[in-house]
Design a protein around this ligand. Structure first.
Ligand SMILES: [Fe+2]
Length: 359
């Protein structure tokens, strides 16, 4: 069953959010809080295969890990803003959880619904950048310890923003030139905060200080170039730009993943190291074979073939329903007019396939 309303603890804190799939673990949790009734919206079909149920559970766990991480970032940033020490153990714990999710299944975390509000844009963005740096570290076959170090840098790359006036953190508009000069300070401030905090790996200090540097030396705050920028600062830069472009902001709407990827590729050799850019595209813009997607022309399709050179323009097979037969193939390499609009999550696939009835 799926929750129709948020569930609160007796103290009034949200225990489970609307749209949560009630797993055995959550049911135990509800019992611990002596919550006997909840609103449910749908009942899972009984003929769900074990694999489908497993995917739903995994999706749920990933969502929970993601939301908890956003919550932790917001708390940790607030601590630093109010002059308290950076809670490094909690940060590492959160990164470890995200790392575990990525080692199990990175395609889900790549596509987890972004629920950005203006209030927590910086926090959700930090989690997203952390996820991308972890995916890249995994692709580079880093050890788990190294992955957690770079993930820590990803999660904290914008910590310097806590030293700026609070309205700068989540401003829903573009900065004026004077404001932008001030905002640029966050990179230097971030590296200082991390340098002074116990237990922060050096790579994280560099990622905070260097994530706005650009390959051609046109970035800030030091104007470093090429190989002088740490590889993981370069990856953070790519993740930062990619995530910002694929997120709705008040002053512009989000680009589709393929459009953002094409922008990055156009800046390859200038803003970004071509090799890092290729690696980022290969690791982030991938659609596993069999993934159900919706195209910008409204059709439902499944990924049939992926060209390793252009992974963001796969060959898709048009379908009427998930699991149904392929009607015809579209090679997106040859069709610049069609893009992938949306990747369907397991819960959405199940809904389409079984026409889940309202309870
Ligand atoms: Fe930044």
């Amino acid at each position: 069953m799926v929750l129709a309303k948020d569930v609160y603890t007796p103290e009034g804190q949200v225990l489970l959010k609307v749209d949560t799939l009630l797993t055995p673990r959550y049911i135990t949790k509800l019992q611990q809080f002596k919550i006997e009734t909840v609103w449910v919206t749908e009942v899972l079909p009984e003929d769900l295969s074990e694999e489908e149920y497993g995917q739903l559970l995994m999706e749920e766990e990933v969502k929970v890990a993601y939301h908890e991480a956003v919550h932790v970032v917001s708390r940790v940033f607030n601590d630093v803003r109010t002059g308290e020490a950076l809670d490094v153990p909690t940060v590492r714990n959160t990164v470890t959880q995200l790392c575990t999710s990525i080692l199990q299944n990175d395609s889900l975390l790549r596509h987890v619904d972004k629920i950005y509000t203006y209030d927590d844009y910086t926090f959700a963005h930090s989690v997203q950048v952390c996820v991308f740096t972890l995916i890249l570290a995994k692709a580079l076959q880093y050890t788990e310890h190294q992955m957690i170090n770079v993930g820590t840098g990803g999660l904290l790359h914008d910590i310097g923003k806590t030293r700026l006036p609070v309205e700068f953190l989540n401003t829903p508009r573009k900065y004026t030139p004077e404001e932008f000069e001030l905002v640029k300070e966050h990179a230097r401030l971030g590296s200082e905060i991390l340098m002074e905090s116990d237990g922060v790996p050096l790579v994280a200090v560099r990622m905070a200080g260097e994530h706005h540097e650009r390959y051609d030396g046109q970035g800030y705050y030091r104007g470093l170039q090429g190989g002088d920028i740490h590889p993981f600062s370069q990856i953070t830069a790519l993740a930062d730009v990619y995530d910002a472009m694929t997120t709705d902001r008040a002053y512009r709407s989000a680009l589709l993943p393929q459009q953002a990827i094409e922008y990055l590729l156009n800046s390859s050799g200038t803003a970004f190291n071509p090799e890092m850019c290729r690696l980022f595209v290969k690791s982030v813009a991938i659609f596993p074979i069999g993934t159900v997607v919706q195209l910008t022309n409204g059709l439902l399709a499944t990924i049939v073939e992926v060209d390793a050179g252009i992974p963001y323009r796969p060959v898709v097979g048009v379908i009427d329903e998930p699991g149904g037969k392929v009607n015809n193939l579209i090679d997106l390499r040859a069709r610049n007019d069609i893009l992938i609009a949306k990747i369907m999550l397991p819960s959405e696939v199940v809904q389409l396939k079984y026409e889940v009835k309202p309870y």
